[in-house]
Design a protein around this ligand. Structure first.
Ligand code: ADP
Length: 469
């Protein structure tokens, strides 16, 4: 059974039970109210009939007057003498064995004679019966009995009952229609939410559920929309990652193919029998250079992969950046001298930071080696700009600079401003990506300012820490 039918049936059954209960309660209440009212009226009437009958007791037309009163009041009447013998009845057929009713020792001397009518129901539960003493006189009449069918009092209930029944059936009809409509209203969003969940399960995250409701269904729809949004974003991310990964492998293949070609060419030349020794050495050097390049490439790739997948790759401790800069300076000074470049440091002073010292060394090596690699004449400067809380480390050169159009993608893997020149100089195209990866792992980032023809300035900042903390 569908949820809609279940809901409809539940509402219908509950509401019908409610309507029937209320109707039955109303009928019973009205019935009992009318009977109570009737009894009070009957008592009053019995008293006035008795008074009237008492007043014309000595009259010769006593019988006629009693009959007349019975007709007018529509009560059944019976008159008894002192011994309780009935001698008058109206209407005649209404009182069979009526005389036997009075006795019971003259109804206990009419309940010790206080003059009020005695209402009895033991004789006949279907009727209201009252006895009244008519008082002393010469006439034989001593007691009068007045009665009426209870059904008379329920006559009004019968017509009210019909009104209530009509109302009840109308309410039940309305309940059925309203329940069906309400069940539909309640179940419609379930249907839509189910469809939406199914399409999400099938991988369609673009559908937006618009229920426009403030209840739990609205909240559920919002949650599903949110979930679809997250899945959509994740999906996009995965797609981009996949594309990046494919590009990455294509780039690696490309990067490896070139040096392999060169090595293969050099080896072919080395096979020549009458190759001059200087040429032989030259080809050997070329092959070794290319092998070193491939080794460096794989080293860089390995480093980058670890940044991607291993958050604990960074091993932080308190280190003095000045010491690291000095080491890098010492290593690269001969290389700069060989190219007749001036490599200098500026504003160096003890600067303690929380960092992985080996990785920081690698960052500086990559920046300084790039500066030496791409600068033809002039100077390279490694320096600090310190404030109270952070130290900025920069590597500035008077090299060719980098065009604005390259700046955005400069730190992407395998991105080069000039492919041929970079390869010529043994570059892998991964140096700056490695720098970025390391600094990002330190919650920092690499930045660059560059003017074409004038030079570049690469820099990053790290928060200073207390040496003893
Ligand atoms: P590569 O191995 O090619 O040097 P990098 O990632 O280290 O790879 O650098 C990416 C590119 O950025 C280089 O190919 C080069 O074009 C440019 N570049 C890097 N540093 C400098 C610099 N100091 N001056 C000019 N260009 C630079």
């Amino acid at each position: 059974m569908k949820i809609r039918s279940k809901l409809a049936w539940t509402y219908i059954i509950l509401l019908i039970i409610g309507v029937i209960t209320i109707s039955a309660y109303s009928i019973l209440t009205i019935r009992s109210f009318l009977l109570d009212e009737g009894i009070e009226q009957f008592e009053r009437d019995a008293l006035s009939v008795a008074l009237a009958a008492g007043s014309f007791k000595d009259n010769a037309l006593f019988d006629d007057k009693i009959q007349r009163q019975a007709q007018l009041s529509q009560y059944e009447m019976a008159v008894y003498d002192k011994e309780g013998i009935r001698f008058l009845t109206f209407p005649n057929d209404a009182f069979e064995e009526v005389e036997s009713y009075l006795s019971e020792s003259l109804l206990q001397e009419l309940e010790e004679v206080d003059g009020d009518p005695i209402v009895r129901s033991e004789e006949n539960p279907e009727k209201l019966i009252a006895y009244v003493d008519l008082g002393q006189s010469d006439n034989a009449a001593q007691y009068i009995r007045i009665s009426q069918d209870k059904s008379q009092y329920y006559a009004a209930v019968a017509s009210i009952r019909h009104i209530i029944y009509a109302g009840m059936f109308f309410s039940i009809g309305a309940v059925i229609v309203v329940s069906i409509l309400f069940a539909r209203y309640m179940a419609a969003p379930i249907q839509r939410l189910n469809e939406a969940a199914l399409s999400i399960a099938k991988g369609d995250f673009d559908k937006e559920i618009d229920l426009n409701r403030n209840d739990e269904f609205g909240t559920l729809a919002d949650s599903l929309n949110h979930m679809a949004g997250t899945l959509r974003a994740d999906n996009e991310k995965l797609k981009r990652l996949n594309e990046k990964q494919s590009q990455f492998f294509a780039d690696i293949t490309h990067e490896v193919r070139n040096p392999l070609h060169t090595i293969s060419g050099a080896l072919e030349m080395l096979e020549l029998e009458n190759l001059q020794p200087e040429k032989k050495t030259q080809y050997m050097v070329t092959a070794q250079k290319q092998i070193r390049r491939i080794a460096r490439l794989f080293e860089d790739i390995k480093t980058l992969q670890r940044y991607d997948f291993d958050e604990n790759f960074i091993n932080r401790e308190i280190v003095d950046l000045q010491e690291i800069v000095k080491e890098v300076f010492t290593v690269y000074q001969p290389l700069a001298q060989k190219k007749e470049l001036s490599l200098k440091t500026k504003n160096l002073e003890s600067s303690f930071v929380l960092a992985d010292s080996d990785k920081m060394e690698q960052v500086l090596e990559n920046l300084v080696s790039n500066a030496i690699k791409y600068t033809l004449t002039g100077k390279i400067e490694i320096g600090f700009t310190k404030s109270d809380e952070v130290v900025e480390v920069y590597v500035k050169d008077s090299g060719p600079g980098i065009g604005k159009e390259h700046l955005e993608r400069l730190f992407d893997r395998f991105y080069r401003t000039d492919k041929a020149r970079s390869r010529d100089k043994g570059g892998t195209g991964l140096g700056l990506s490695v720098v970025k990866g390391i600094l990002n792992a330190h919650q920092s980032d690499i930045k660059v300012e560059s003017t074409e023809g004038k030079g570049s300035r690469f820099y990053f900042t790290l928060p200073l820490v207390d040496e003893n903390s």
